[in-house]
Design a protein around this ligand. Sequence first.
Ligand code: MD3
Ligand code: FE
Length: 202
Amino acid sequence: MAQPFPVGFRYLPGYLNREQHQSLIETVKRVVITAPFFRGKMPRTGTPLSTLGSNFGPLGWVAAKSGYRYCETHPGTDKPWPAMPPELLELWEDVAEWSDDPQACLINWYREGAKLGLHVDADEDAKDAPVVSISLGDQALYRLGGLNRKDPTRSFKLSSGDVVVLGGASRRCFHGIDRIYSGTSTLVPKGGRINLTMRVVR
Ligand code: MD3
Ligand code: FE
């Protein structure tokens, strides 16, 4: 039998309409001119991540050899991250069921072959606030486990326009992206999948 969804996990398939899709892509395109995508590195080993990242909002998540951390500035330009777009704040207010606004929105770009190993998001002090994830572009195979790495997992496809809210216990669950279904969408100009994740950090 399939594993039950963890408490607080909400999957909203097809949440974005065509206009919202297009508008979010335009917003990302505009923002990465001033805050270009950069390739993060694994702590200690310095192994490059397979995704490219950037951020919106007062704090941005940065993966470096020295560790994962939230920073006020872009590691390449040393300038503050671009402001959180109003359309993202509105979406958060519509779905998060949380009184604080998010301080960070990580923009992750998965090109063909990119993946994200099973992990827990643990770099935030606000451990109870939900995470809201928006998928744009190519489909991805998403894996959601439990509170322990060895707990059973379930997998499902995330498509462009899907929104996932990770609240309650689901916020501490293991999760990852096993693969990208390259070429399943033409929304992202150079191809691939863009995931936006909004978080309350402090
Ligand atoms: C489940 N990103 O950036 S988003 C990440 O699709 C991350 O790019 C994936 O995991 C992606 O950290 C998954 C959905 C997501 C985000 C945060 C979670 C699922 C989560 C936190 C706890 C449990
Ligand atoms: Fe994560």
